[in-house]
Design a protein around this ligand. Structure first.
Ligand code: C2E
Ligand code: CA
Ligand code: CA
Length: 322
């Protein structure tokens, strides 16, 4: 396959994703072996295509869990099983300037499931619209309460499934909810992941523009995990770029600090602010401050909390207001 195939004087390049199961360890019936090889083949595709994957019990267990997540998600009682958690974001002086809403799911059948596991399932089986709207509505509803806890201005960031991109219905519903709850739209930031936003076309730019015209801000999430260059990114109609944990780890190493400064500076020139995610150590935090990074978020500052815990936590940190 790597040499391509010649046909009528043309070279055709094809790639193959191969799954392997073997007798008798992976089954003693033909249909079982074929079905297990098929599962392994999907794994080969999922991990980048053009490769070989072997069937294993762990693979089968992951597949079983994903199917279970899908079944339970289609039947979820959102008000009972979902809880929005809030993760504080601080500015250069360490003052609390915003919160990111991160969803938590506790299913009575399968227990706690991480959003990193269930959001991709929701996107592939179509439940993402319900989830996104539930999170948005809850966040708008909770805004007045949060404001009573924290009187200084702050922003609220909400994650939007990549599958919503270019959806007109999303924009209509977003507008309806913002009017119904009379929220100050300018304080809300919608986060869209880098990889997805950049794959899209001119339509995406229009879609992002339409959301901004409603008054919402747009953040590009997980920058540094995909292959987009910052030069491409800063031309997008966005207000915030969030540097992913992996990128943050790289650019906070002593030898790379000049890179952090340059990247952040480029965003600033385009009027885009930068949030560094996944800050776990004091040295990362100081290095980013030196590089003039606008905001920081991570376990060093605070973990995501449900509203009731956040209330207590904010009371303890009131000194840092302003
Ligand atoms: P994300 O938007 O990149 O969110 C950041 C994730 O990194 C969160 O995981 C957060 O708890 C974790 N994190 C933050 N700081 C640190 C740190 O210092 N160290 C480490 N090790 N981890 C840190 P979480 O809550 O499990 O969310 C995972 C992903 O699921 C999110 O990644 C987001 O893409 C998605 N997600 C979460 N909530 C929602 C939601 O309401 N709607 C949609 N569509 N997606 C959501
Ligand atoms: Ca996010
Ligand atoms: Ca992120």
């Amino acid at each position: 396959f790597s040499y391509g195939f010649e046909l009528e004087n043309k070279c055709l390049t094809l790639s193959a994703s191969i799954g392997i199961s073997s007798y008798p360890n992976d089954g003693d019936r033909v249909f079982q072996l074929v079905s297990n090889a098929d599962l392994a083949m999907y794994q080969a595709k999922k991990t980048g295509r053009n490769r070989v994957a072997l069937y294993s019990n762990a693979l089968a267990e992951d597949d079983r869990r994903l199917k279970e997540i899908e079944v339970r998600l289609k039947d979820v009682d959102a008000d009972k099983e979902f809880t929005p958690y809030y993760m504080p974001i601080v500015d250069k002086e360490g003052k609390y300037k915003g919160f990111e809403v991160l969803l938590r799911w506790h299913s009575p059948h399968i227990g706690w499931v991480s959003p990193a596991d269930f959001i991709p399932v929701a996107e592939s089986c179509g439940v993402y619209e319900m989830i996104d709207m539930w999170v948005i509505e809850q966040t708008f509803k909770n805004y007045t309460f949060l404001q009573s806890l924290w009187p200084t201005p702050f922003t609220i960031s909400i994650n939007v499934s990549s599958a919503e991109l270019n959806s007109d219905r999303f924009i209509t519903q977003l507008e309806e909810l913002s009017v119904r709850y009379a929220i100050p739209v300018g304080s809300f930031i919608l986060e869209i992941t880098e990889t997805f936003a950049m794959e899209q076309s001119v339509d995406t730019i229009d879609w992002l523009d339409n959301i901004r015209q409603l008054g919402f801000k747009i953040a590009i999430d997980d920058f540094g995990t995909g292959y987009t260059s910052l030069m491409q990114m800063v031309d997008y109609p966005v207000d915030v770029i969030k540097f992913d944990k992996q990128l943050v780890e790289r650019i906070t190493q002593v030898k790379q600090q000049h890179l952090a400064k340059a990247l952040i500076n480029l965003c600033h020139i385009q009027g885009i602010s930068v949030v560094a995610e996944g800050i776990e150590t004091q040295s990362q935090s100081s290095s980013l401050k030196q590089a003039n990074c606008d905001f920081q978020q991570g376990f060093l500052i605070a973990k995501p909390m449900p509203l009731c815990e956040l209330q207590e936590w904010l009371n303890q940190h009131r000194l840092q207001a302003g």
